[in-house]
Every structure is written in C-alpha cells, then in structure tokens.
Design a protein around this ligand. Structure first.
Ligand SMILES: [Zn+2]
Length: 180
C-alpha cells in the first residue's frame, strides 16, 4: 500500500512541474473547498498572521502556510490558507497590522467568491491597547477608546493618539498571544 502511494506520487509530479510551476504557484499548495486564503502577506510574515489570529495549529481545520513564494507584484510573498475558517471584521483589522498589503479570498465550493484587499487605515481605532498603564485609554473610570496613528508600515510602528507611546509589531503580537 505504502509502496503504491509513493510510486504514484513520483510518477505524477514531473508532468505537473513542467507545465504548471510558474502559472499556478500560489494555488498549488493545497486547494481548499471553503475557507479563507490570505494572500500577498509581506514575505516572512505568515507566522505573525497566524499568531495574531490566535491560530496555533491545534485547531481541527487545515492550515496551510507558504513562505517566500515568488510573486510578480511584490517579488516575494507569503500565503496562509485556512480551511473552514472565516475572519471576523476585528480579525481582519488585526491582520492588517502585520500584513498591511494582504488580500483576502473567500472560498466557497472550491471557488473564490469574494476578494478583498486589506487596508490599513491611518488611524487604528480600538484594535490594540496602549501598553502605557497610565494612558487615559487604560483608566477604568473614564473609558477612552484606544486610538493609534500609523507612523510606519514597514517596520510597523504605531503611536498612541493620547500619550504618544510607540508600539511595534512585537508589542502588537504579544497582546494577542499573552492572554492565552
Ligand atoms: Zn497611550
């Protein structure tokens, strides 16, 4: 049985490689029937995308990750595919913080039914907390919604609108992983 499987894989691979490598590079990884494909992730940032979504690999759905794939647009990119997983708006807002140029493909019945480009706004409203404990956004009695301005996208740097504390990608990811 095992032998048979191996033989079959070996015999089909060369044919596909010759004709399709260039064209379908992004799609070849694993096709999913339904779920979400996060494409055009800044090269090397796929792991951060998983982290910020709280995906550890212990979920019961398929997670496919490809890093440093060549792309005509950006040179290199990462891709994350999540089977049976759809992103809420607040999750998309988080992804934007680590992959500001990504695109989201919604897959239903094996087809892309919706394609959206993630857009990182200039002002990030109520997505992350200010790490400064004395910031007005952290006061329990007078709740002010946290607000950050994007100082730089690459590397990511955000500035608190109220206390000017700077936050980088590591701080951002830590907020979504520490609480677990
Ligand atoms: Zn602050």
């Amino acid at each position: 049985m095992g032998k048979d499987k191996t033989n079959r894989m070996v015999s089909t691979l060369p044919v596909k490689r010759m004709s399709e490598t260039k064209k379908v590079e992004g799609i070849r990884i694993v096709k999913i029937s339904d779920g979400t494909v996060i494409d055009h992730i800044t090269a090397g940032h796929a792991l951060q995308v998983l982290q910020i979504l709280g995906i550890t690999g212990k979920e019961d759905y398929i997670v496919t990750l490809a890093m440093n794939i060549s792309s005509s647009k950006t040179g290199q990119k990462d891709i994350v595919k999540l089977e049976h997983r759809f992103l809420e708006d607040h999750e998309v807002a988080r992804v934007a913080l680590v992959a500001p140029d990504a695109t989201l493909n919604l897959i239903e019945d094996g087809k892309v039914t919706k394609k959206t480009r993630i857009q990182l706004p200039d002002v990030i409203d109520n997505v992350i907390k200010c790490p400064n404990q004395r910031c007005v956004t952290n006061k329990e009695r007078e709740p002010v919604t946290p607000k950050f301005q994007v100082v730089s996208k690459d590397p990511m740097s955000l500035k608190c609108h109220y206390c000017w504390t700077l936050v980088d990608e590591t701080d951002i990811i830590a907020q979504f992983t520490e609480s677990k």
